[in-house]
Write a protein that binds this ligand. Structure first.
Ligand SMILES: [Cu+2]
Length: 173
């Protein structure tokens, strides 16, 4: 429900923005015909600048995705449980968690972000759903049986993280 509302709001905001843009465009055009301000059109270098800015943003985003993928963190085993704290603040930090298979895992979500988007975290592969209280730590425990990559995400699937389960290398430990 909430997600639908958010999407609706986003669409409304966008259409408002476009609406405003076309109105100002129309005004510009009428000014052009009425007065002698012939050069109201934006100069070419400005257009290039805007285009380059956009490309730069796209590049930054791609770079962030590639770079952030390497930002993984290994869980530390404490009394037989692999434990790791994940800060929930504009996403999950770290958003890639490395654990060993066949050993209990405890993830502690520390929510610092008031946005309702992040109030829930779901780990569908482990059948877990958590409600996160603001400025509190909420933990979840599960034991991954097979190596692989398992995603966790917020209620609307906008923010995601990965639990990377590695083949257990200390079976007799
Ligand atoms: Cu969300």
């Amino acid at each position: 429900m909430k997600s639908q509302n958010t999407i609706l709001t986003a669409i409304l905001t966008l259409s408002l923005l476009f609406g405003t843009a076309s109105v100002s465009q129309a005004q510009t055009e009428s000014t052009e015909t009425n007065n002698n301000f012939a050069h109201l059109e934006q100069p070419l270098h400005l257009k290039i600048l805007v285009t380059l800015g956009g490309l730069g943003l796209i590049g930054a985003e791609v770079w962030w995705f590639l770079f952030s993928k390497t930002k993984s963190q290994k869980a530390i085993t404490n009394q037989g449980i692999q434990e790791l704290e994940i800060i929930v603040d504009g996403g999950y930090k770290p958003h890639r968690v490395v654990v060993q298979a066949a050993q209990p895992v405890r993830l502690i979500f520390f929510r610092k972000d008031p946005s309702s988007c992040l109030e829930k975290v779901l780990l569908p592969d482990f059948y877990k759903a958590l409600d996160l209280e603001l400025n509190q730590r909420t933990s979840v425990e599960f034991t991954p049986t097979e190596a692989g990559e398992y995603t966790f995400h917020c209620g609307m699937n906008m923010f995601r993280g990965v639990v990377e389960v590695q083949e257990s290398n200390q079976k007799n430990a």
